[in-house]
Design a protein around this ligand. Structure first.
Ligand SMILES: [Zn+2]
Length: 273
């Protein structure tokens, strides 16, 4: 497959194409001012605007001089308006290993073999904002994910090592991004640790608060519930609203009263119940 063959295949399958440097031209044809020397990978046009789906334009561009075809990821649309996401494995089997570690199987999808590994093309729901972040796969996946304002080198391109990027199966279209991968990509790399300005005393455990509420007498029930709910909110005790509600009703408050007191306590502390 030549660069022109690759570019034509891409536009015929709906992928937005633009030209990149080709390692056999005497100098890098990238748009940049200074080249970092990774030949064959630098966009020769401003790719977010300079991509095309037009055959005549592709033929002109790739006949003018040696260029590698590349795909403007954010400009590609799936059959139902989906957005393109490319999983770039830096070694063969890298994404299969990540899937396997999570008890999943990596499904076959459109794949381009690269110099080091492979690019898997997938469709992601258009409603999700995905970028180039790895989410919770950070540090677990030997590769990158390309979505949104990004590009990948396409089939038919020549890598500086002499490897030609090749479609594994030209008949296979992109699959949908599996749910487990979407979840992983949308997750933060590391959960921020909740910092409290004081150590969480044992008396603020939910059991203690429940007892405090359940033991209250008429006339102090509301104020004790309010105090307990504030402490639970501050300490971010899981399930506290529901459990305190039960305790308060047990102590004789109506459910409506108790619910409103708990909501107001959580609002006072600045969290939602
Ligand atoms: Zn360059």
């Amino acid at each position: 497959m030549t660069p022109l063959d690759g570019a034509l295949w891409l536009i015929r399958h709906g992928f937005a194409v633009f030209p990149c440097d080709h390692p056999e031209t005497p100098r890098c044809t990238g748009l940049h001012k200074t080249c970092d020397g990774s030949r064959g990978k630098h966009p020769a046009v401003a790719f977010t605007r300079g991509w095309t789906l037009n055959e005549r334009k592709v033929r002109e561009t790739f006949a003018r001089g040696l260029r590698n075809p590349a795909v403007a990821v954010g400009a590609c649309c799936g059959p139902a308006g989906e957005r393109l996401l490319v999983v770039d494995s830096d070694r063969p089997g890298a994404i299969e290993d990540v899937a396997g570690a999570g008890g999943e199987r990596w499904q076959a999808t459109m794949r381009v073999r690269t110099a080091k590994g492979h690019h898997d093309y997938l469709w992601a729901p258009a409603t999700l904002k995905l970028g180039n972040g790895l989410g919770s796969l950070q540090g677990q996946f030997d590769g990158d994910v390309r979505a949104g304002n990004a590009y990948v080198i396409g089939p038919g391109a020549l890598h500086a090592t002499g490897v030609v990027y090749e479609l594994e199966d030209p008949e296979r279209p992109p699959a949908m991004v599996p749910a487990w991968l979407l979840r992983a990509l949308l997750r933060k790399p590391q959960r921020p640790v909740r910092t409290t300005p004081y150590p969480r005393p044992v008396s603020r455990s939910l059991a203690g608060l429940v007892k405090f509420v359940a033991d209250s007498r008429q006339g102090e029930r509301n104020s004790r519930l309010f105090w307990a709910a504030c402490r639970a909110a501050e300490a971010a005790v899981e399930d506290a609203p529901a459990v305190l509600l039960d305790a308060a009703v047990h102590a004789g408050l109506t459910e409506a009263e108790a619910r409103s007191t708990i909501t107001s306590a959580f609002r006072t502390v600045g969290v939602s119940a």
